[in-house]
Design a protein around this ligand. Sequence first.
Ligand code: DAT
Ligand code: MG
Length: 142
Amino acid sequence: MAIEKTFSIIKPNSTLDNNIGNIIAHFEKNGLRIAGAKFAKLSKEKAEGFYIEHKERPFFGELVNFMTSGPVMLMVLEGENAVMKNRELMGATNPANAAEGTIRKLYAKSVGENSVHGSDSATAAEREIAYFFERSELTNRF
Ligand code: DAT
Ligand code: MG
């Protein structure tokens, strides 16, 4: 399996709960490394564009409000099978259904305030990385 990149966000509930370090440690202990990172507060426009695929969903307004409610940590993660690996480490969208030991089981508050975002495919990862990062902001170890 080739080394690939994926996109991750540590969401406002977890930046506010001081779990940035715990979540990054979880990735690092499980074979993913940071290939790019920035701490930011998203504008409404930026958050809406990021979640555009969900714009018809009933929770879209709530999702955008939450994602702009506090700072986020935007990250590019790199490793073997990084897209699926990250999704496994995150756990199910609703923390009530997330497996023991996953990030969402450990740190999420609810289906909305669920601690982390992770790309769900290689195609999504490519779009999401490009939405937040310039090529020059990423390392290229491989
Ligand atoms: P995921 O983040 O696991 O890829 P998703 O893409 O289906 O999940 O949804 C994006 C985000 O939208 C999710 O992380 C939290 C929010 N969300 C999803 N379903 C929701 C619901 N039923 N109520 C409130 N927020 C929801
Ligand atoms: Mg998703």
